[in-house]
Design a protein around this ligand. Structure first.
Ligand SMILES: O=C(O)CCC(=O)C(=O)O
Ligand SMILES: [Fe+2]
Length: 308
């Protein structure tokens, strides 16, 4: 039987920022996953965003296909992505919708795609409000992480210049299972700095705390009402020379409709991520060479989607 994991709970409303930063650091070192409560995103807004997300995925397929992913914004149909190309599954059984930065950095083109107002009035407005609210919580967390590493509080904003992506996810409960391996989302770690995840409470998320050990041991991550699940991504692992863990996770089908919203705080695509001076020494040299976020994403998307 799959065990459930007890993750640390971080209270973002605590006035003791140093203690909060220390607790976040411990969670990032030990598991790479934690809950965040009192995060400032209104429950009512989260509820509305889930409601709008549900309406979008309930549209007929040809409506959704009009917004097919372009420039990493828009709709990805069932099996379009395979997060673990080494798995025996033929693609992840989920649908998703990507929303990128609301103001593009170069101030020119706006690449996001939106369902038409005639079909889903107030959809865009709700998603933009949710995006902005979670981004603000994400920035608070990045500042606390910087403090926990004795860096300038704005280090990740200055060097990473976050380029967040909101991904709405839908795992249909009635996916027909055969003997074939089937995953909602196959095993992966996230690519950026941190991810803030909300779900409708239907189980399925599992983590593997030791990615070097075979066979892999998976543990369930229980839903906590009102909390975000936050996890560390690959770029944070690289910056910290593996002090912080970009933990492997996956979503298993449960027979019920699971909706989730993942908010990826990625560094911008021009950002070069290299080991922080405080995280390496002569006896502990950098484990990874410097890497450009854009190149890293391109390679990950090529492997998981077959295209960029
Ligand atoms: O839907 C979930 O619970 C997790 C999604 C996820 O891990 C991802 O999209 O990277
Ligand atoms: Fe993930």
């Amino acid at each position: 039987m799959t065990r459930s994991l007890h993750l640390p709970v971080i209270d973002l409303s605590s006035p003791d920022r140093l203690a909060t930063a220390r607790a976040i650091r411990q969670a990032c070192e030990e598991v790479g996953f934690f809950y965040v409560v009192n995060h400032g995103v209104e429950e009512e807004l989260i509820g509305r965003a889930f409601e709008e997300s549900r309406k979008f995925f309930a549209l007929p397929s040809d409506e959704k296909m009009k917004l097919l992913r372009k420039e990493f914004r828009g709709y990805t149909p069932l099996y379009a992505e395979n997060l673990d190309p080494l798995s025996g599954a033929g693609g992840d059984s989920k649908e998703s919708f990507y929303i990128g930065p609301l103001e593009e950095c170069d101030g020119s083109v706006l690449l996001n795609q939106w369902p038409s107002n005639a079909i889903l009035p107030s959809w865009r407005e709700t998603m933009e409000a949710y995006y902005r609210a979670v981004e603000s919580t994400g920035l608070k967390l990045l500042r606390l992480i910087a403090v926990s590493l004795d860096l300038d509080e704005y280090f990740f904003e200055k060097s990473g210049g976050p380029d967040p992506f909101l991904r709405l996810l839908y795992y249909a409960g009635d996916i027909i299972t055969s003997d074939k391996e089937i995953y909602g989302a196959s095993a992966h770690s996230d690519y950026g700095m941190i991810t803030l995840l909300a779900s409708n409470g239907v189980p399925g998320l599992q983590v593997c705390r030791d990615k070097t050990k075979q066979p892999r041991t998976w543990e369930n991550v229980p839903h906590v009402d009102g909390a975000f699940i936050v996890n560390i991504g690959d770029m944070m692992e690289r910056w910290t020379n593996c002090l912080f863990r970009s933990t492997l996770h996956r979503v298993m089908p449960s027979g019920q409709d699971r909706f989730s919203m993942a908010f990826f705080m990625d560094p911008n695509r021009d950002c070069i991520v290299e080991c922080l001076p405080s995280c390496c020494s002569n006896s502990s040299p950098p484990r990874f060479p410097p890497i450009n976020m854009g190149d890293y994403l391109k390679e990950k998307f090529r492997l998981s989607f077959g295209t960029y």
